[in-house]
Design a protein around this ligand. Structure first.
Ligand SMILES: [Zn+2]
Length: 75
């Protein structure tokens, strides 16, 4: 009897892992692709264009990285 419960628990665990894995994959598919209809912004430090969701947004503008944000604000 105890063995059956272990098997059932094992199957439930596998099912749960597969379900959460599939959900993670589905979610990444829903993410907007960079450059596909997304707002492009320009780094205030180096001028590179990048999707708004990947930029660092401050009151002063957009930056491609925290490094450039620091460089720009230290001037
Ligand atoms: Zn930059």
């Amino acid at each position: 009897m105890g063995k059956i419960i272990l098997v059932v628990l094992g199957l439930l665990l596998v099912y749960w892992i597969l379900r959460s894995y599939r959900r993670r994959v589905g979610r990444s598919d829903l993410r907007p692709q960079p450059g596909a209809g997304e707002d492009m912004v320009q780094c205030a430090q180096c001028g590179v264009h990048l999707p708004r969701s990947e930029s660092i947004t401050t009151q002063g503008g957009f930056y491609c990285s925290a490094e450039h944000q620091r460089q720009h604000q230290s001037h």
